[in-house]
Design a binder for this molecule. Structure first.
Ligand code: DHK
Length: 152
């Protein structure tokens, strides 16, 4: 059976396509979802792709992932830089986590250069636009394979 990965997106990512395209690219979130689904299939993974503007909803989904999914890919949007609650949920989930950002947060405002999410992330991909989601899927497939081998 395909391993299930939650791909979670935070605030304002529903605006992709029209939102500051010079920073975030011209792909919509639906475009990214479609590409991610194709990529996941080729890696033998299944994705549950969601977006919310609400911090608590993201926390609820991460808690849900703990028992339903094998890994989490998360672009927490602006909550990346503010949310201890999302960090706590990720740490409690005890799953591989790949943190994704479309933009290179290290070339941007100072306040974007700190991520609470990174404290719980297995790895971080940023600055590579929509492609970052596909790279995150490849990375999580790798991590899951490595973990499975270690359990033999
Ligand atoms: C998305 C956001 O909405 C911003 O708040 C982050 C991130 C960066 C991204 O690059 O995908 O600072």
């Amino acid at each position: 059976m395909a391993k299930l990965i939650y791909v979670l997106n935070g605030p304002n990512l529903n605006m992709l396509g029209t939102r500051e395209p010079a920073i975030y690219g011209s792909d919509t979130l639906a475009d990214i979802q479609a590409r991610a689904a194709t990529c996941a299939k080729s890696l033998g993974l299944e994705i549950d792709f969601r977006q919310s503007n609400v911090e608590g909803e993201l926390v609820n989904w991460i808690q849900e992932a703990r028992t339903k999914a094998q890994g989490i890919i998360l672009n927490a949007g602006g909550y990346t830089h503010t949310s201890v609650a999302i960090l706590d949920a990720l740490q409690a989930a005890e799953l591989p986590v790949i943190e994704v950002h479309l933009s290179n947060i290290f070339r941007r405002d100072q306040f974007r250069q700190h991520s609470y999410i990174s404290l719980a992330a297995t790895g971080v991909i940023c600055g590579l636009g929509a492609k970052g989601y596909e790279l995150a899927l490849e990375a999580i497939a790798d991590v899951l394979q490595r973990n499975a081998k270690q359990q033999l």
